[in-house]
Design a protein around this ligand. Sequence first.
Ligand SMILES: *[C@@H]1O[C@H](CO)[C@@H](O)[C@H](O)[C@H]1NC(C)=O
Ligand SMILES: *[C@@H]1O[C@H](CO)[C@@H](O)[C@H](O)[C@H]1NC(C)=O
Ligand SMILES: [Zn+2]
Length: 523
Amino acid sequence: MKLLVLLLAAAAAAAPRDADGYHPSGAAQLRSGDGASAPEPGPAERRADYWHAEAQAALAARLEPVDRRAARSVIMFLGDGLSVPTLAAARALQGQLQGRPGEEARLAFETFPVTGLAKTYCVDAQIPDSACTATAYLCGSKGNLGTVGVSGGVPRGACAAAADPALQVQSLAAWALDAGRSAGLVTTTRVTHASPAGVYAHSAERDWESDADIPAECRRERGAQADIAHQLVHSFPGNRLKVILGGGRREFLPNSTVDEEGARGRRLDGRDLVGEWRADKRARNASHSYVWDRAGLLAAPADDDYLLGLFESSHMQYHAEADAAREPSLAELTEAAIARLSRNPRGYFLFVEGGRIDHAHHDNLPRLALLETLQLSEAVARAARLAAPDTLLLLTADHAHVMTYNGYSRRGNPVLGLSGDAGRDGKPYLTLSYTNGPGYRPHGADGRPDVSTDDYLSPWYQRSAMVPLASETHGGEDVAVFARGPGQHVFTGLYEQSQLPHLMGYAACLGPGRHACHDYHEP
Ligand SMILES: *[C@@H]1O[C@H](CO)[C@@H](O)[C@H](O)[C@H]1NC(C)=O
Ligand SMILES: *[C@@H]1O[C@H](CO)[C@@H](O)[C@H](O)[C@H]1NC(C)=O
Ligand SMILES: [Zn+2]
């Protein structure tokens, strides 16, 4: 018996290390963790001329003349919590789902010619949240954690300060509308959630999504800002957004009402903000549609002036878990938005968020985080095909997460599976794991749990975490920025996240840098 245990331990043992003891030694030691044979790299990869040709083609693409026209339109994609390790793992999964080793795959935006890195800290926070980062990447100024659309002069929860116009900051959507262009937003979260709120709201607290969330002393009757849903329907620039698509019906409906899918509203003021949105458009004699499912979205007239789509009571479902016949994909939402916004000959600003990458990471569920990333990539591919050539396409993240992509596995090892390596205790470990979160499991009498018999490919399998927390935390490292289109060249380098709207404003001749505009011609 003892011998058998020893033999088993030897089979799973850590790979032998090199002379320093730091790295694996011996080609045969690069194993696939599941015992399965991983797809082999193509034979061409074993020849240097393959890599030389790949590099020369990439160089030639980079030497193509820079497009120095001004962008007429800007589409900004935001992966909430889309850290660099998430990008690397998602592209491996994409390739592996196509039967290839995977590491060589490219997400749609990874073909964009220009990349940069953004520093994500906020005025009072080393590691930020989605509210102060939305203020940075949409309004061009860092603020305090938990606040949105207000400068660092507004402490979190200081509702009186947030109502002071001098402390509010305007988003790229407002800049676009001021210049006669159109604007819209698409998200997989509630449309009142922190990231999309950066497009249109000013709030001392990201959680004030409906009036039910606001403490008595911060009510609108006392001179404070209205709740975020109210701002979207009744305040500039929310009330001028041509397209609003996402989840969050409950923030718009009174608690005495149930919505189309049977969920109760949350509002305590008795207001039906969907009805008020319609009434506002009717009063302005603008054609408009409100839709709440995929069939309604596909049937809505593309020449409507305004479109509001709220597809869930709260966030939209993870795409992998949703009924695709009833709930639209992020690519379909993006297509619907572009079809309507591109009717303005002056151009538009569109914000598109894959918002639930973040939620999956908070629950230590990397399979869902990666699949949501692939959905975002599909939305980018759709936009790249549909948008006019004078459109700047940009993709970035608000902040990182603490998922690591680790081990010494052979090429093509299933990225969601076991590492080909093992711990010093002889037990295997997973290629993707977390430094903290709800996936923590205490060690037993025989040490850490053996994960090799777990159902780790399940979307709901919580990965190992080192520190137990109810919710995994954000990460403090930089996030990537990818750009393609007119003005793309200004996005290189390492910079403050709050520079992004200024760079997009330069590229599209919008906002405070408008005086520096090069050759933008009003159509
Ligand atoms: C709605 O909210 C009010 C005020 O809090 C409460 O009195 C009422 O019971 C709620 N109605 C429902 C149906 O929950
Ligand atoms: C409203 O729009 C219709 C159709 O475009 C137009 O015929 C009508 O004159 C407009 N009415 C007002 C009050 O603007
Ligand atoms: Zn988060």
